[in-house]
Design a protein around this ligand. Structure first.
Ligand SMILES: Nc1nc2c(ncn2[C@@H]2O[C@H](COP(=O)(O)OP(=O)(O)O)[C@@H](O)[C@H]2O)c(=O)[nH]1
Ligand SMILES: [Mg+2]
Length: 202
């Protein structure tokens, strides 16, 4: 089965995007498989609202397991299944907490196997903070690595928030030549274009 990996710094909206994209594709219930480094993998089936309440958070590093969901897209008369992997946030440098370091290492191992990379950036944060904190060294590294993949795309998130346009402009300047889709994970803006991008590669 082909796969999409969702990458980016912590709190950029990876989990909310993953769940709302699943909803956008018409999934009523989500079966989420958690790849826990200690307990192994286990699955839970949740309604979208339950999954959001449990998994989306303002706490940094809330997501520490790879969380995968099997989704499907109509292709011609049939449905094509694929997996979307929500990951632990990556950050610059070496994190002091060992659990978080391990979660990041796990994320890196999955990147190579993925067919599509959705790299999320937070337009609002980029607009409001010094560019090197909004866009981290890690983001430039993801972009460099991603460029060798046909399925690499930057999803410039949180465009529903005030000031986000300024952040979006910075993203266009910093990542020339990349495919960039402005989105709101919250309001599902840009999701049609994201689906179209994925469809041609899955
Ligand atoms: N306004 C707005 N808030 C968002 C958007 N995407 C995520 N958030 C919020 O940002 C915070 C972090 O989201 P989460 O999905 O847990 O981020 P993750 O750490 O990258 O998985 C939560 O409070 C979300 O509700 C968006 O498009 N617009
Ligand atoms: Mg998360």
């Amino acid at each position: 089965m082909k796969s999409i990996i969702v990458l980016g710094q912590t709190n950029v909206g990876k989990t909310l995007f993953t769940l709302n994209f699943a909803d956008f594709l018409g999934m009523n219930q989500l079966t989420i498989t958690f790849q826990n480094r200690e307990r192994g993998s286990y699955s839970r089936t949740l309604a979208l609202s339950e999954a959001q309440a449990l998994l989306v958070s303002d706490n940094l590093h809330h997501t520490q397991d790879i969380q995968s969901i099997v989704l499907s897209l109509p292709v011609g008369k049939s449905e094509k299944q694929f997996e979307i992997l929500d990951t632990a946030g990556l950050s610059d440098g070496i994190h002091h907490n060992e659990q978080i370091r391990k979660a990041m290492a796990q994320t890196l191992r999955y990147i190579r196997q993925a067919d599509i990379v959705f790299h999320l950036l937070d337009c609002k944060k980029i607009a409001e903070t010094d560019i090197l904190r909004g866009i981290g060294e890690i983001d430039y590294q993801i972009a460099q690595f991603g460029q060798i993949k046909q399925g690499y795309v930057i999803l410039a998130n949180k465009i529903d928030l005030p000031n986000s346009q300024e952040g979006l402009n910075k993203i266009y300047t910093e990542f020339p030549g990349n495919r960039i889709i402005p989105i709101s994970a919250k309001n599902k803006n840009g999701f049609k274009e994201v689906r179209k991008f994925a469809k041609q590669l899955l």
